[in-house]
Ligand binder design. Structure first.
Ligand code: NAI
Length: 519
């Protein structure tokens, strides 16, 4: 499908944070853009916001003066809604209110011809609900930009029940022509990003509420082992707890209180006490002048144990061995007792294994190995600077220290968290993958679009489904089954798609048969 041509004119309604940014994106591509707001001051502020943003780009050498002035010259403002009648595509970015948006759409339909495409930047209102009562509901769709629109790459193109597929394809192609990563989504609560991202916050809050470790340590592990740019608490503080909590509540209610999306009392307490994060000077962290954020808990230095061996295949964690080799640390390789045994590192007295979503104490008991120490998932075991471990209740101090000493000898900062299922990163990533898998299973989006959305919309280091492929579908599924058993909660139920893929031994991004056997 061809995108709208440069000659097509674009209308943008609402000159606030998002509208001004979207107008800039369209004008930068070469469209003439007409910006409407009911408030003339808002239009001026919007145009000023754009002029300041473009001037910054010139000072950074990303744009020259001629480009800056021609972008601005393509942006015109109006306080007359009917002036938008001749536009080919109109994107509304007004207040997030179903009734007000519906009224606006009705007015637009009275001014525009049937061929005008109408898009909404809503982040939470159903496109299907917005289209009710429209004369031509097939021309309405979501065009969900992320803030700041000129910078963030993602646009979710959201189709309601009546949206014309060709129109969705045209808008998708247009967003790509504007330099964006566009993904298709059906209109379901949270679309892709605001739904799939929920466990990033929810699991961190649960780990905190269970007292498994503290806020700076969770943030540290998510960044240093998980490879995310920001920790969940830092990010919630940046977004604002009022906004983040409201999105969680709205998704929770919209999915008829599915426990997967259960809001957190800890976050509610922050909202109730007006500790909204950076904007109020206090959230999980303090942002007052001279405030210093607390440090993560890192284990004290322990000696490298003398006897080291690897039994079986460490699968995704195998790069730890390469890391050891490069440090001149000799490790014996031994075959597993049975082919199905999970690989482990025998570090002195410790049996050091990747978490599979069970408590370390449970594994120690089931496998009759009291000196069991589990380590967490890392995005990249070869480069990670930090890693969590958990220690079975039965484990000796000597074995704990042996496990820590081994990982420290590889140059890794070790944080011991309480014996909790799935530690920090494995649990978070498994739940992100589970949510993305369910979105795919329910026809909300494709696997490729789920991953693109999370990488381009919220800067995840890897798409959650590509990550599940990397961990192994069976290992991801297994982790979720164990989380569900450990907590006895429906919240952790694995997506039927992961269950099916576990048995069919398929992957999200290619159909090769996996090496590991089904759980
Ligand atoms: P904003 O409050 O910065 O701007 C809204 C603008 O719409 C204001 O200038 C206001 O004067 C104008 N307006 C309100 N009612 C109007 C009407 N009936 N007719 C014409 N103009 C009207 O809001 P913001 O943040 O730009 O959000 C706009 C939309 O974008 C909302 O639907 C929001 O959910 C969505 N969104 C917001 C994001 C964000 O991070 N702020 C991210 C993605 C989507």
């Amino acid at each position: 499908m061809n995108p709208l041509s440069k000659e097509s004119s674009i209308g943008v309604i609402g000159a606030g944070t998002m509208g001004a940014g979207i107008a800039q994106v369209a004008a930068t591509f070469g469209h003439n853009v007409l910006l409407f707001d009911q408030n003339a001051d808002a239009i001026q502020r919007g145009l000023d916001q754009t002029a300041t943003g473009l001037a910054k780009q010139v000072s950074r050498g990303k744009l020259d003066e001629l480009q800056r002035s021609s972008i601005l010259s393509r942006m015109q403002a109006t306080t007359e809604l009917k002036a938008l009648a001749g536009c080919d595509l109109i994107i509304e970015a007004i207040v997030e209110d179903l009734t007000i948006k519906r009224e606006l759409l009705a007015q637009l339909e009275s001014h525009c011809t049937a061929s005008t495409i109408l898009a909404t930047n809503t982040s939470s209102i159903s496109i299907t609900a917005l289209s009710a009562g429209m004369t031509h509901p097939e021309r309405l769709l979501g065009m969900h930009f992320f803030n700041p629109a000129p910078v963030m790459k993602l646009v979710e193109v959201v189709s309601g029940i009546a949206t014309d597929t060709d129109i969705a394809e045209k808008v998708h192609a247009t967003a790509i022509a504007w330099g964006k990563k566009a993904v298709h989504a059906t209109s379901t609560p949270g679309f892709i990003v605001n739904r799939v991202a929920r466990p990033f916050y929810a699991e961190a809050l649960r780990i905190l509420e269970e007292g498994a470790t503290d806020i700076p340590t969770i943030d540290y592990l998510i960044k240093s082992a998980g490879g995310f740019r920001m920790g969940p608490f830092e990010l919630m503080d940046m977004i604002g707890h009022d906004v983040n909590y409201a999105v969680t509540c709205s998704v929770f209610e919209a999915y008829y209180r599915d426990p997967r999306f259960l809001p957190s009392l800890t976050q509610k307490a922050l909202v109730d006490s007006n500790r909204l994060g950076r904007k109020s000077g206090q959230g999980f962290y303090s942002y007052s002048e001279n405030s210093v954020h607390p440090s993560p808990s890192i284990c004290e230095q322990q000696p490298l144990p003398k006897k080291l061996s690897v039994v079986g295949n460490l699968s995704i964690a195998a790069p730890l061995l390469k890391r050891a080799q490069e440090q001149g640390i000799a490790i014996d390789q031994q075959p597993p007792a049975t082919a199905s045994d999970a690989g482990y590192i025998q570090a002195g007295n410790a049996r050091l294994m990747l978490t599979d979503g069970r408590f370390a104490s449970e594994r120690a008991s089931v496998e009759n190995q009291p000196d069991t120490v589990l380590f967490d998932l890392a995005l990249d075991y070869y480069h990670c600077s930090g890693l969590a471990i958990s220690v079975a209740g039965q484990c000796s101090d000597k074995a704990r220290n042996d496990a820590i000493g081994f990982l420290q000898a590889l140059g890794i900062n070790v944080s011991q968290v309480d014996d909790s299922p799935g530690l920090v990163v494995m649990r978070t990533v498994s739940m992100l993958a589970n949510e993305a898998a369910d979105a795919v299973n329910q026809g909300v989006c494709s696997a490729a679009d789920a991953d693109t959305a999370m990488q381009s919309g919220v800067n995840y280091p890897l798409g959650p489904l590509a990550w599940a492929d990397k961990i192994g579908i069976s290992a991801t599924f297994n982790c979720l089954m164990h989380l569900q058993q450990s907590y006895g909660e429906d919240r952790y139920r694995p997506s039927p798609l992961l269950r099916r893929m576990n048995f069919s031994r398929t992957q999200f991004h290619h159909t090769d048969v996996q090496e590991s056997s089904p759980a």
